[in-house]
Design a protein around this ligand. Structure first.
Ligand code: ADP
Ligand code: ASP
Ligand code: MG
Length: 455
């Protein structure tokens, strides 16, 4: 049986009528291998940021929010005008108008009350994907492509953390399967958003549409999940920082996961897990150069490792905070590290890098919301010191733990007077991470890219 695919188009791909025409051409291209069951869409580029700004101004009693609303409305109406012929235009315009009137009433409420809760903000930003979704449906219908709009609030069930909610996979998978059993035409799904069990809007965190695509793809057991964006795949480094960065044709789930987690914006960090659980290949492709091969993220690290002999890609995450705990009690061993981790767990703060010695444990965190509480608890276990202004550099590749790779890496950094701390190597050999000062992060990335990738 022919399987199904799930495609996701990001903000730039949905960013203008011209770009949306390219999206439509990709959707309409005949495919022998699988039927497209769902297309996940982001808001038009820049719209989520503008919606956030609009809501923030309103809640501070700044009537400047009205201009943002007007500009956003104009932008969406112009896209409808350029994309949809007279026969179907009125229906989409009514829909867009209805959404703007709803948005206006939510933001006006924030203006009057001078207040906006996280739930209110999630509601405001959801309009970005709802608008682009309706416009794509109108444009596809106008070109005789049978499709339906699907607000992800009806399928993705989450907890109450409105601005970066955790997905309830049991309910969500059930919702998705039951919806797609009943709806066999192409579903145009709003990325980024979900809802609590009682129907309040939530978001999956900034850049979360990639994750939405993986959630839907995994629930449907798709043959592939395609992430269509504005670059021709995952590159050896952020191309905005390293102009000589090149596309990596193939990465393992583990490598892509590490890159996404440590800052490579091209994929939302949570995207990998649902795909990995179901072993569904994820492709990263370029909407503006659809013939390029892109990157394929494959399930098997061991197999890929045989093909790669060096560092394949580099990224960094900045700023992070280093927390050091020193205590002679570590000599006693038993359960000490567990107690340290328990503090971070109790304070709902995730740890990125960990290094240990006989008398000290160092970790990095990027969220300092609960830092005062963390310090208070840790002080019961030892002397605590904090260093801000740090960055984590992460190198992935089939052989980052091969003989000589680490030596060469740190020699090169030393030659450029970049001090390295907290070195940590994945035992699987998938990655090497270490900490430098934020001021050195870009330089370290460039130097290592030159050494390993540019040659
Ligand atoms: P979309 O709107 O399609 O989701 P994003 O802006 O979220 O696109 O992600 C794509 C961008 O990620 C690229 O334009 C690029 O500037 C940036 N990026 C950062 N690191 C990398 C990397 N290693 N490979 C490719 N792109 C990267
Ligand atoms: N529109 C959302 C954002 O800008 C989600 C996404 O683009 O993935 O964060
Ligand atoms: Mg993105």
């Amino acid at each position: 049986m022919k399987g199904v695919k799930v495609l996701k188009f990001g903000g730039t791909s949905m960013g203008s009528a011209r770009a949306i025409k390219k999206v439509i051409a990709i959707i309409r291209k005949p495919r022998q291998d699988a039927r497209i069951a769902a297309v996940i869409v982001s808001a038009m580029s820049g719209v989520t940021n503008e919606l956030i700004k609009c809501a923030q101004l309103a809640s501070k009693k700044d009537s400047g929010y009205k201009k943002i609303l007007k500009d956003l409305e104009r932008k969406h109406i112009a896209a409808v005008g350029e994309l949809i012929g007279a026969k179907h235009r009125a229906k989409t315009l009514t829909c867009v108008d209805g959404l703007f009137r709803q948005l206006e009433s939510v933001v006006t409420g924030a203006y009057r009350l001078q207040e906006l809760s996280p739930a209110g903000m999630a509601c405001v930003v959801s309009f970005g994907e709802r608008l682009s979704g309706h416009i794509l449906v109108g444009a596809l219908t106008d070109r005789q492509v049978r499709c339906e709009y699907l607000n992800a609030r009806h399928i993705i069930t989450t907890d109450e953390q409105h601005e970066s909610a955790a997905v309830d996979f049991v309910r969500t998978d059930k919702n998705i399967r039951s919806h797609f059993r009943k709806h066999t035409s192409l579903q145009v799904v709003t990325g980024f958003i979900g809802a609590t069990p009682d129907g309040r809007t939530t978001t999956l965190g900034r850049g979360g549409s990639d994750y939405s695509a993986a959630i839907v793809g995994a629930a449907l057991g798709a043959k592939a999940i395609e992430i269509w964006t504005d670059v021709s795949g995952i590159m050896t480094a952020d191309p905005r920082l390293v102009p000589k960065a090149k596309v990596v044709p193939e990465l393992s789930f583990e490598e892509a996961g590490e890159l996404a987690y440590f800052g490579a914006k091209v994929l939302h960090p949570k995207t990998i897990l649902p795909a990995m659980r179901k072993r569904i290949p994820v492709k990263v492709l370029n909407t503006f150069m659809p013939e390029d091969r892109g990157t394929t993220i494959v399930p098997n690290f061991a197999q890929r490792r045989k093909k790669s002999h060096t560092v394949d890609a580099l990224t960094f995450k900045s700023p992070v905070i280093a927390v050091h705990i020193n205590s002679p009690k570590f000599f006693d061993g038993n359960g000490f590290i567990a107690r340290i981790f328990e503090v971070f767990n109790a304070c709902r703060t995730s740890i990125d890098v960990v290094t240990t010695s006989v008398t000290s444990v160092s970790v990095t965190i990027d969220d300092e919301k609960n830092l005062p509480k963390i310090i208070t608890y840790l002080q019961e276990l030892g002397d605590v010191s904090i260093e801000r202004g740090k960055a984590i550099i992460c190198a992935v590749g089939g052989a980052v733990n091969a003989a000589g790779v680490a030596g060469r890496m740190f020699t090169v950094l030393g030659q450029h007077k970049i001090a390295v701390e907290m070195i940590s190597q994945a035992s699987s050999g998938v990655s090497m991470t270490f900490v430098v000062g934020t001021r050195d992060a870009e330089k370290a990335l460039k130097v290592l890219h030159k050494e390993y990738i540019e040659g």
